[in-house]
Design a protein. Structure first.
Lengths: 299, 708
């Protein structure tokens, strides 16, 4: 028995070893995890197989022992069969669960009065019903205690703070991995067709309502001419889209468009310069030299 | 002692029955029209009187107070006479009750499309009609208690306990929720404001469900089901327990409609706790009903009336389990404001109230006409198309509710809303809305078939207007033995029963309403929040008239997905001048609590003229009439005075300059629109509503900049 115990311990140690070695292993963490899961699953499988083998072994042994005691084959099979339970009729179990009295006894339960021919039975309230009621009362009491006496769970404003904090952490983790932390200072003018196509899609769904489908201007100003209200550089455009110009009805898009999306749509707008669409709105703002394009072409 | 001969009044039952069917068809047709408007806004026929915001209250009022209301009176007048062995107390009162109630409904059909509304959900009717409702309700109670006093049956049967609780609680609810200060013949302001008004409204709204759609129907179930199945009621003890537990607990549950709002946390938690405790008492009625059918299930197979009853009880059980689950905060945060709630209420309304009403009609009309039902086949068709209709209605709405809620809550890895534009989620669920209207149409078709079937039944029989009956008069009280069971004793004393029921429902009422209405620390004030300017106040009244609140909420809940989408979450102090509150209960469109200054005036002008210009695909109706109708400023003075009476701090004498101020602000907005080439006169209604929209939620923004 002592040896068995030592072997058992060794098996555990060996199966746990890869996990403990994770810190200084050359394998990446994820692979280590998979090996760990694999080890656990295989140990569990092994256990099941061992149990099945043992069960079979016991059955065979029983047969051998019983045979040696002079049992016939039929007696042995009968002995090995699981003991049969006395089965209650199904309906009776159901009735007990629902605390129902058999229909035959109904006459005894009739209360000696009737209303316009309607009689009433003096059945007890089903036990399960009372338990349901008590459980909900206990739940209600615990609920009030947890939230308002022990303050063990957050109420809505605290819940909100927690939600924001978690989101903040998740966002930071994501941004530290991704390279899309573009803002109004770092935004670059590009002519990449993929960027312009993405920008066009955003423009059509979010900007076209006020600036017109071809940026010719509608409620908002014309974006294709030389006249600009809030600067014409890609950085200016980015800034105007991001923060909006609330006094003039341009909404803030910071919360609805990602920095990459703002950059795409700003670039798309720049690409429309000088397209002279039909029905263009009259110029607004100051005339600006489009030096961005020159710079690019000079490059 | 000699048995006495008397007659039951069947004519009044028949009259309420006819009203039930007619108003049912009208109410459901209006429901179908507004369901279609939700994916085809043009279904308002370009007309302000048939536009969603105005006729959605017409639908709810018609099905609750006209269809279900008349069905209650039909069932009560039929069963009460027979359970008490007495004719109704007074035929005159019966007639006043009947015609008075129909006139009230008629006035609702006229005033609601005109935009005359208090905007309190399920209590939209203006103050003169509120008074009429009170009078007619008293007539009903008088008639009922008169009958009870001249009864020939000593004890009151369980059905009558429910009728008594219904009568007294609806009276309390209606009166407390109708404290309004009249401004003119058809305009009033709620006495309560903001959070307090919200609490009163949902205390009322929730218990209108409890004591108008539930308790009278349970009472009728206790009469009609044993009659239909010819079986004794399963458990008298269960009747007692679930009756008192139900009326005591139900009254507390209202605040679960206001989870995650600015209602104080303790009141919200009480609402949740009592909603959970409501499961068993609600189920008591279902269990007692279903077990009454024990030994009669073979009848259910052939008897279409019992089929209606079984589905009704099952729908009741489902809805009353779902309700408490919806009041759990975690479930509520997804389900509230979404189509899930629409599915939930329709399981109750179509299944429980509708099917039980149909069962009563099919059972009682042939009886009072001394004939057989015209066609069992048509009734069977009604049952199946109605059941299918409920499924086709509810399943798409559950689906739509989940879909939209999860879309609105989804964030991208960058920490941005995945669907920043609310409209995307609306467009996603349009197919579900189309299926829902198909389900509703099926249900309505069933009702029309029933109307035909019942008409033919009535035509082939002859109304027994006065049905002969015989009963022994009551023995004098001193001759009867004292009963040992306390409840048996109570059942002999209607007035004590009435008082007991009243006391039981007042406990929850006082504990929840009183602290919120009287203790000011429950609503912290904010210095930056100022009263509305006269133009904004007029704009707000237009917002109420057009029923914007039916689709747009005005309360930002403290969830990241909402503060990202709409802005800072709402504070209790922001609503202190809101008589009435306009938080809403459904977001078919986005929340507007922080709408102010988000877009320019021109955007709003174009959007109101044709929402699809600014938001392609939008399902909002066009409000072209706001552009042409002139703002009525004749009531400005009265409105300012009324608001001041209610505690809004307008300076003394301000009402004299109010219209001048109004003109000034309107001209400024018109000039601003003019700069964007929109030519509009400053006296048009659209100017006022833009002024109001631009004000929404901005006080607290101002506060922030001031603090910086």
């Amino acid at each position: 028995m002592k040896y068995l115990r030592i072997i058992f311990l060794l098996v555990i140690l060996i199966s746990v070893q890869p996990v403990t070695a994770a810190a200084d292993s050359l394998l990446p963490g994820e692979t280590m995890d998979y090996i760990g899961y694999g080890a656990i699953v295989s140990v569990l499988l092994l256990l099941i197989i061992a149990m099945l083998v043992l069960l079979k072994a016991f059955k065979v042994l029983t047969r051998v022992v019983l045979k040696s005691e002079g049992y016939t084959n039929e007696q042995i099979t009968a002995e090995l069969e699981p003991a049969k339970k006395e089965k209650k009729p199904k309906a009776e179990v159901w009735q007990k669960l629902l605390s129902l009295r058999p229909m035959a006894e109904e006459k005894e339960l009739l209360i000696a009065h009737d209303y316009d021919g309607i009689e009433e039975l003096d059945n007890p309230i089903p036990a399960w019903f009372m338990w349901l009621f008590y459980t909900t009362i206990a739940f209600a009491v615990c609920y009030l205690l947890i939230y308002h006496v022990f303050n063990a769970a957050p109420l809505q404003y605290e819940e909100y703070k927690i939600e924001l904090a978690q989101a903040d952490v998740a966002k930071k983790v994501f941004l530290s991995k991704a390279a899309n932390r573009v803002d109004e200072n770092s935004v670059k003018l590009v002519h990449d067709p993929a960027v312009l196509a993405s920008g066009k899609a955003i423009f059509m769904s979010t900007c076209a309502a006020c600036h017109g489908e071809h940026a010719q201007g509608n409620v908002g100003p014309n974006l294709t001419d030389d006249y600009w209200l809030h600067g014409h550089k890609i950085n200016d455009l980015f800034k105007t889209i991001k923060y909006g110009v609330l006094a003039k009805g341009m909404p803030t898009w910071e919360k609805q468009l990602s920095p990459k999306q703002i950059s795409d749509v700003a670039n798309y707008i720049k690409s429309l310069h000088g397209t002279k669409p039909a029905g263009a709105k009259e110029p607004q703002g100051t005339k600006e030299e489009d030096d961005d394009n020159k710079l690019v072409s000079n490059n | 002692m000699q048995p006495e001969n008397f007659y039951y009044d069947n004519k009044i039952v028949r009259n309420f029955g006819i009203a039930t069917v007619i108003w049912g068809i009208i109410g459901m047709t209006v429901g179908l029209i507004i369901a279609i408007q939700l994916y085809h806004p043009g279904a308002n026929m370009g007309n302000q009187y048939t536009t969603y915001g105005r006729i959605r209250p017409l639908h709810t009022n018609a099905v609750i107070f006209a269809f279900v209301g008349n069905a209650i009176f039909m069932g009560v007048y039929y069963s009460l006479q027979r359970l008490l062995k007495a004719r109704m107390f007074s035929d005159v009162l019966s007639r006043i009750h009947f015609w008075g109630w129909q006139l009230i409904i008629l006035s609702a059909v006229i005033t609601l499309p005109l935009g005359l509304t208090t905007s309190h959900e399920y209590a939209e009717l203006e103050w003169p009609i509120d008074i009429a409702i009170t009078v007619i309700w008293v007539v009903f109670g008088w008639n009922m208690f008169g009958t009870i006093f001249k009864r020939r049956e000593r004890h009151l049967y369980v059905a009558i306990w429910f009728y008594i609780a219904t009568f007294i609680t609806i009276a309390v609810l209606h009166v407390v929720n109708s404290f309004e200060l009249p401004v003119s013949a058809f305009k009033s302001y709620m006495v309560y404001a903001g959070v307090q008004d919200a609490l009163v409204q949902w205390w009322y709204g929730h218990n209108a469900v409890a004591f108008f759609l539930t308790t009278p129907y349970l009472g009728m179930m206790y009469y009609f089901l044993p009659k239909m199945a010819n079986r004794p009621v399963y458990s008298y003890k269960l009747s007692i327990l679930h009756f008192w537990a139900l009326i005591f607990i139900y009254i507390w549950a209202g605040p679960h409609h206001l989870l995650y709002t600015t209602l104080p946390g303790w009141a919200q938690s009480l609402g949740v706790a009592f909603s959970i405790m409501l499961i068993a008492p609600s189920w008591g009625g279902m269990i007692n009903g279903l077990l009454t059918l024990r030994g009669a299930w073979d009848k259910v197979r052939d008897d279409v009336i019992l089929k209606f009853m079984v589905v009704a009880l099952t729908a009741y059980g489902m809805a009353t389990f779902e309700g408490p689950m919806l009041s759990l905060k975690q479930v509520n945060s997804i389900a509230h404001f979404s189509d899930w709630i629409i599915a939930h209420v329709h399981v109750g309304a179509l299944g429980w109230n509708g099917f039980l009403t149909f069962a009563m009609l099919y059972w009682l009309i042939p009886r009072i006409y001394k004939t057989e039902l015209f066609s069992k086949k048509l009734a069977s068709f009604h049952f199946w198309i109605g059941t299918l209709g409920i499924l086709f209605y509810a399943i798409p709405m559950y689906w739509a509710g989940f879909t939209q809620s999860l879309m609105l809550k989804e964030f991208t890895a960058e920490g941005m809303l995945k669907y920043p534009n609310f409209l995307e989620s609306t467009l996603q669920i349009l197919p579900m809305h189309m299926m829902r209207s198909a389900g509703g149409a099926m249900y309505l078709l069933g009702v029309i078939v029933m109307a035909y079937n019942l008409t033919r039944t009535a035509l082939q029989g002859k109304l027994v207007a006065n049905e002969a009956a015989q009963a022994m008069p009551l023995a004098p009280v001193h001759t009867i033995a004292r009963e040992s069971a306390w409840h048996r004793r109570l059942e002999r004393k209607p007035i004590q029963m009435l008082i007991a029921a009243l006391l039981v429902i007042l406990v929850g009422t006082f504990v929840e309403l009183m602290p919120t209405l009287t203790i000011s620390s429950n609503i912290p004030t904010i210095a930056a929040v100022k009263p509305y300017t006269p133009l904004e106040l007029q704009g707000r009244d237009l917002y109420i008239r057009e029923g914007c609140v039916n689709c747009h909420s005005q309360t930002v809940r403290p969830f990241r997905s909402e503060t990202e989408r709409y802005g800072e979450y709402s504070k209790a102090g922001e609503f202190v001048y809101d008589h009435p509150f306009l938080w809403g209960s459904k977001r078919t469109g986005p929340d507007l609590a922080r709408e102010g200054q988000k877009y320019g005036n021109a955007w709003h002008y174009n959007h109101l003229m044709d929402p699809r210009l600014m938001s392609p695909g939008s399902i909002m109706p066009e409000y072209s009439w706001l552009l042409t109708q002139t703002l009525d400023t004749s009531l400005t003075v009265a409105k300012i005075n009324a608001m001041r009476t209610l505690g809004v701090p307008y300076a003394p004498g301000y009402e004299k300059v109010a219209n001048a101020e109004l003109d000034k602000q309107a001209k400024a907005i018109a000039a601003n629109l003019g700069a964007d080439h929109i030519k509009v006169k400053s006296d048009k209604e659209v100017i006022a509503i833009i002024a109001y929209l631009q004000r929404l939620g901005t006080d607290i923004k101002a506060n922030k900049t001031a603090n910086k």
